[in-house]
Design a protein around this ligand. Structure first.
Ligand SMILES: Nc1ccn([C@@H]2O[C@H](COP(=O)(O)OP(=O)(O)OP(=O)(O)O)[C@@H](O)[C@H]2O)c(=O)n1
Ligand SMILES: C[C@](O)(CO)[C@H](O)COP(=O)(O)O
Length: 248
């Protein structure tokens, strides 16, 4: 954990290198417009809104780092936040790893935040940071589920899938980002756990190390823009914020 003789430094890695296949054809998802502004710009602003964040590393599509740097230059942040852009990889895990490699060793706490969650409120960001600073090595924001979840025996598309179990819903949480970590813990997890072992988030890698992960309350507006309907919801949330909160 951080050396208590100097201030804790917090950075954010924003993986933004995905194509957005489930959203449909077009430019990479992070660069698509939400209320006329690229989704990535909203995500970067959401992280920079936390006064604790001093550095943001954006992981751009592998061939798009120059374009992303240019775009972010056109949407400057408050002076207290440094910004860096690095090219990403073929998978989310690889992209996060490339972002982590760009962090200086003076960073103590790192958040990993999907560019695809552009509307996460600053209260959620700060709650995650506080929990890590208070000593939890890995923290995820999450919400209880509204639907019942079934475990199935997967079948080829078009074939009905036999249900093999129904996990108790009250024990389940839907996990969001930003996920927060002590930097050394997350680096070790990414260095140790092999791609393809089934972890779909960063906390999942830490769990595989046997390190504790804790949940703090997530937020409905931290949803991930994955499919076209999510974009409709995001536009509506943004329009409401602009009308009522002076949000840009
Ligand atoms: N090679 C990849 C794949 C994903 N991501 C990022 O990881 C986050 C979560 O991924 P997801 O929402 O699945 O984005 P995509 O991979 O773009 O979506 P899809 O699976 O529909 O293509 C996104 O911010 C995405 O840009 C990334 O940085 N590098
Ligand atoms: C990290 C994540 O957003 C937590 O819910 C999610 O696992 C990302 O999944 P994706 O399929 O890469 O969008």
């Amino acid at each position: 954990m951080p050396d208590s003789s100097r201030p804790i430094r917090t950075a954010v890695v924003i993986p933004a290198a995905g194509r957005g296949v489930r959203l449909g054809p077009g430019t990479p998802k992070a660069l698509r417009a939400l209320g006329g502004t690229p989704m990535l710009v909203h995500a970067v602003r959401a992280m920079a809104a936390s006064r604790a964040v001093s550095l943001i590393v954006v992981v751009a599509p592998p061939d798009g780092a120059a374009e992303v740097s240019h775009l972010l230059h056109e949407h400057p942040l408050a002076e207290r936040t440094d910004l860096q852009v690095v090219p990403g990889g073929q998978t989310r895990q690889e992209s996060v790893q490339l972002g982590l490699a760009a962090l200086p060793d003076t960073i103590d706490v790192v958040l990993v935040h999907d560019a695809a969650r552009p509307l996460v409120p600053v209260e959620t960001v700060d709650a995650v940071i506080t929990a890590v600073r208070d000593g939890a090595p890995a923290v995820v924001p999450a919400l209880p589920l509204a639907d019942t979840v079934k475990q199935v025996d997967p079948q080829p598309q078009g074939t009905p899938e036999p249900v093999v179990g129904t996990p108790e819903r009250a024990l389940l949480r839907a996990v969001q980002t930003p996920q927060g970590f002590d930097l050394a813990t997350l680096r070790k997890a990414h260095d140790t756990v092999v791609e393809g072992e089934g972890a779909t988030d960063d906390a999942g890698l830490v769990e595989r190390l046997g390190s504790p992960v804790v949940v703090v309350p997530g937020h409905e507006e931290a949803f991930k823009v994955t499919r076209p309907l999510d974009l409709v919801l995001a536009e509506a949330v943004l329009a409401r914020r602009r009308a009522t909160d002076g949000y840009v």
